[in-house]
Design a protein around this ligand. Structure first.
Ligand code: GLN
Length: 253
């Protein structure tokens, strides 16, 4: 009886050390966290590249798994919760169109950047907003925890934050807000999906941002594997092809 209990304890200990925790990437599986409300990078569909998940990031994650002989698991959660889940070891990496910012670098490490974006303003077609400064006396909507929120905050404007991009867009469509500040490619998708909206850019107000994959601070073993794969996909044009493919699919719908 004693022996059985001891053996069980050993199994439990081995389990917490390896496959069941955030260290699972050391084995042959990797668990990514994402927030699948950010087309064309991640969204839910009936048959995606990883289960129900599809998009540029999902295709990249799948290839990282293939390159390293690792099974890819995808966990869906709020954008706000991703970095906490990563630090807790609930997931091994975050792939979520996430901008590598200095603030986030304080708590996690980022891969080689794989995509360059910028914040843009989505407005009604008849809007008189032509620059970021024109937002001063307007009702601004952002999505909670996105870099767009930080930009608007830094400009000193008041705003309303929504949990999802679709919620902010609905406010705009219904005339309850004047402008949504959001990442360029995702903004493009919403503008092509909803009539009467347009994009206004202001390169002098919004700096370019680089999307990268986040891992726990100091997890160089996993970071090296991810980087080797990402750098290969950048060099051979895979990521560029995916971006074109998913952007076209998104706007053609
Ligand atoms: N790029 C933005 C950020 O990092 C938005 C990302 C997202 O919603 N998936 O905050």
């Amino acid at each position: 009886m004693k022996k059985v209990t001891l053996m069980l304890a050993a199994v439990v200990a081995a389990c917490t050390l390896t496959a069941c925790g955030g260290d699972s990437a050391k084995g042959n599986a990797i668990t990514f966290g994402t927030n699948p409300e950010f087309p064309p990078f991640e969204y839910v569909t009936s048959n995606g590249v990883i289960g129900e998940f599809d998009g540029i990031d999902m295709a990249i994650a799948k290839k990282i798994g293939e390159d390293n002989g690792m099974e890819v698991k995808m966990e869906s959660m709020e954008f706000d919760s991703l970095l906490v889940a990563l630090q807790n070891g609930q997931i091994d990496a975050v792939i979520a169109g996430m901008t590598a910012t200095d603030e986030r670098r304080e708590t996690v490490d980022f891969s080689t950047p794989y995509y360059t974006a910028t914040q843009v303003m989505i407005v009604k077609e008849d809007s008189d907003i032509t620059t970021a400064a024109d937002m001063a006396d307007k009702k601004i909507c952002v999505i909670q925890g996105y870099t767009g929120e930080v930009c608007v905050q830094d400009m000193g404007y008041t705003y309303e934050a929504f949990k999802k991009g679709t919620e902010a867009i609905m406010e705009l469509v219904n005339g309850k807000c004047d402008v949504v500040v959001l990442d360029s490619a995702t903004a493009q998708k919403y503008v092509s999906d909803n009539e009467g909206l347009k994009i206004v850019e202001d390169a002098s107000a919004f700096e370019s941002e680089e999307y990268a994959i986040a891992v726990q601070k100091g997890n160089t073993e996993l970071l090296n594997k991810i980087n080797a794969s990402v750098e290969k996909m950048l060099a051979d044009g895979t990521i560029n092809d995916l971006a074109v493919q998913y952007t076209e699919a998104a706007t053609a719908e």
